[in-house]
Design a protein around this ligand. Structure first.
Ligand code: PEP
Ligand code: MN
Length: 356
């Protein structure tokens, strides 16, 4: 259990709303986005990246130090705290000199314990807030490890940001949500607020609403959304940024569960895990059938018969052995494997017919 204090003070039932551009591109772009946003919506923190982790050094990598003063201006004009991404102790120290005290650790940094440790040590003795994005890889232990490092350095204002994961299996979204991971984080550490970043998860603005709604139904404590005064001109993450007006409309459409509706949340979370496992199951079966089809073509080429009873017996034995280890019902598994085998033979027969 971590000692956690809220990053922002909220009224009961309110969520932490974080919005702002992916990157600070110019003083004008930052100030214009902020004033449009604040004229339409009340937000908790204005986000803006100034050091951008990009895949290629030929892409826009942010204005760095120069942009710190633009963000200090936003804080002064609108009296709303700003948050930025930091990826080194040097970033943290420079930001503190510009009165910026709210940070997030990006997904590409959370994966690196050396850097997280260095940032934690630089933050020791300050009152900064640290939001920790999930690591790029689906590794809950590593995500929790970053909280442990911050906590050991005495940081208490902390939250997690779920922005999805890079996985071998592609999801329709830019980053695979793998909802079971933040749900497991919540089960292990109820005290950690979890915000969702539907922008980086979606990768495209048309998916932001559905993700934001889902995460609120799963009881997210906040949202971080990328908003740009002119998304079509943005220098990073163009397809996923929305205008301040679109943000305002999106917030208006969201149904935000009241604290009294919390009794359903456990059920919703468990159902989400079941849906995710079912999706995985379909993916695994589809892959199995693909390999079955390759084998059929190979057998045809070598003139080998379709059904090889010893191989089938061996498959069944392997599965039943694993079933025993996992303490599952063997009779059920046998039935399931027989149905699978029947379908396998059917697929192979169809392939053979096509190749004739
Ligand atoms: C960002 O928030 O701009 C960012 C780069 O995020 P992530 O670390 O989630 O990719
Ligand atoms: Mn971005």
């Amino acid at each position: 259990m971590f000692d956690i204090q809220p990053i922002v003070k909220l009224a009961k039932g309110e969520r932490v709303m974080i919005a702002g551009p992916c990157s600070a591109e110019s003083r004008e772009q930052v100030l214009e986005t902020a004033s449009q946003l604040f004229s339409l919506e009340k937000i908790s923190l204005f986000r803006c990246g100034i050091w951008k982790p990009r895949s290629s050094p030929t892409y826009f990598e942010g204005h760095g130090m120069k942009a710190l003063s633009w963000l200090r201006e936003v804080q002064k004009i609108h009296a709303v705290p700003v948050c930025i991404e930091i990826a080194s102790a040097k970033h943290l120290e420079a930001a503190l000199q510009h009165d910026i005290r709210n940070f997030w650790i990006g997904a590409r940094t959370t994966v690196n314990p050396f850097v997280v440790q260095e940032i934690a040590e630089a933050a020791q003795g300050t009152d900064v807030a640290m939001m920790i994005k999930n690591p790029i890889s689906p590794d809950l232990r590593l995500w929790i490890g970053a909280f442990e490092r911050m906590s050991k350095a005495g940081i208490t204002k902390m939250a997690a940001i779920h922005r999805g994961f890079s996985t071998y299996e592609h999801s329709v979204y830019r980053n695979n949500p793998l909802w079971n991971i933040p749900i497991e984080l919540k089960r292990l550490h109820q005290e950690i607020p979890i915000f969702c970043d539907p922008s980086h998860m979606a990768g495209k603005k048309e998916y932001i609403f559905e993700i934001a709604q889902k995460t609120l139904f799963l009881d997210a404590d906040g949202l971080m959304i990328e908003v740009h005064a002119h998304p079509e001109q943005s220098l990073s993450d163009k397809p996923q940024q929305i205008t301040p007006l679109e943000y305002h409309q999106l917030i208006g459409k969201l149904s935000i569960p009241l604290p009294g509706e919390k009794q359903d949340i456990q059920l919703k979370r468990s159902r989400e895990i079941i849906d995710e496992l079912d999706r995985d199951l379909c993916g695994i079966l589809a892959k199995r059938f693909e390999i079955v089809a390759d084998i059929a073509a190979y057998k045809k080429g070598k003139n080998i018969s379709l059904l090889q009873i010893e191989r089938w017996q061996q498959v069944m034995e392997n599965v039943l052995h694993q079933c025993e280890q996992k303490q599952m019902n063997k009779a059920f598994m046998q039935k399931l494997m027989e149905v699978l085998h029947e379908e396998t033979i059917k697929i192979q027969e169809e392939i053979l017919k096509k190749l004739e």
